[in-house]
Design a protein around this ligand. Structure first.
Ligand code: RIB
Ligand code: CA
Length: 321
């Protein structure tokens, strides 16, 4: 009898990760997907004002951790407004609570007293392995961390950003919400020489929670899949009216999918910058697709996603929580 061969595969060490977010419906789903990802070691969640004010993004992050029984994950509140501009929110998209489609109780888990910027700095400076950052909202926290302590740039593995657009914006004809909300913070991050992958609207607008995909989630008969379907059902109505989509685009979960399975995506390195002057294009990501500027191709731009495989992963993993 031949001894069973041990099928040893190279086991990748989980990626040490900080998620910076503004929950927000799609942020909430991204958090759930991160909780379900063995490829990730979530060190903490930092919150920022964006979709809704900071007090709500912070309490929503706590609500989602409690919903998934992950109150072990520390949550650090960050900046309540952009660097220069007044805060622009998106309650018309995410609901006044920021979590349209579900009702969750007032959270009881603690909110950390350390500021998000200090958590980001301390974690990165004191970590042996380089840290990965997933940013799902305006880039205010990361920008201030880079300004306050530039040395962190030497111990960041990569930053995967949901933001920007190669073509059309969603908050203005030119600009995507996260970048538009704090264009100056985006400029600081984009000019920091960090290894950045940008998941733009051109990708996330092809990851649509169609009625068939929502039904697939509900058919799994799992409370968290049901909650995700309810969130998306309600959140999707805005995009159906505004953009004529069949459902909600899953912006932020694409960032987590990229970290867990980058092969779901195609990418292209390009020079990219942020429009800071134009009153009509403020916050536009100027993505130099043909490198006409001959500038360094500093930003890895995601160009496509395998949406079917992404939704299969989403349902499989969240139903495993
Ligand atoms: O433009 C979409 C992005 O803005 C998403 O991250 C959404 O949550 C909002 O933050
Ligand atoms: Ca977000």
């Amino acid at each position: 009898m031949m001894p069973a061969r041990s099928l040893s595969y190279p086991v990748m060490k989980p990626i040490p990760l900080i998620i910076d977010c503004d929950p927000g419906v799609d942020d909430a789903i991204a958090l759930l997907l991160a909780f379900a990802a063995p490829e990730l070691r979530l060190l903490g969640i930092t919150t920022v004002a964006g979709n809704v004010p900071l007090s709500l993004t912070s309490s929503n992050a706590r609500r989602i951790c409690e919903l998934a029984h992950r109150t072990d994950i520390p949550i650090y509140p960050g900046c309540p407004r952009p660097l220069l501009n007044a805060l622009t929110t998106a309650a018309e998209v995410h609901g006044e609570t920021g979590l349209t489609g579900i009702t969750l109780p007032e959270p009881t888990m603690a909110l950390q007293s350390v500021h998000a910027v200090d958590f980001i700095i301390d974690t990165i400076l004191n970590s042996a392995p380089p840290i990965t950052l997933a940013t799902l909202g305006p880039l205010t926290n990361l920008a201030i961390a880079l300004i306050k302590e530039p040395r962190i740039a030497q111990n960041i593995q990569q930053v995967v950003i949901m933001g920007g657009a190669i073509t059309h914006g969603n908050i203005t004809p030119s600009a995507e919400f996260n970048i538009y909300c704090d264009p100056h913070a985006a400029h600081v991050v984009f000019t920091s020489n960090l290894p950045i992958t940008l998941i733009t609207l051109d990708v996330t607008h092809t990851a649509i929670a169609t009625p068939k995909r929502l039904q697939n989630l509900r058919d799994r008969q799992h409370p968290l899949c049901e909650a995700v379907a309810n969130l998306l059902q309600s959140y999707g109505s805005y995009d159906q009216e505004r953009h004529g989509f069949e459902g909600a685009p899953l912006h932020d979960p694409c960032v987590i999918a990229y970290l867990t399975d980058p092969h779901l995506f195609r990418t292209r390195p390009c020079p990219a910058s942020i429009e800071l002057q134009s009153p009509t294009s403020l916050g536009r990501t100027i993505i130099d697709w043909y490198n006409t500027s001959q500038n360094p191709k500093t930003i890895n731009i995601a160009t496509t996603i395998n949406a079917e495989a992404f939704f299969q992963m989403l349902g499989d993993r969240i139903s495993g929580l």
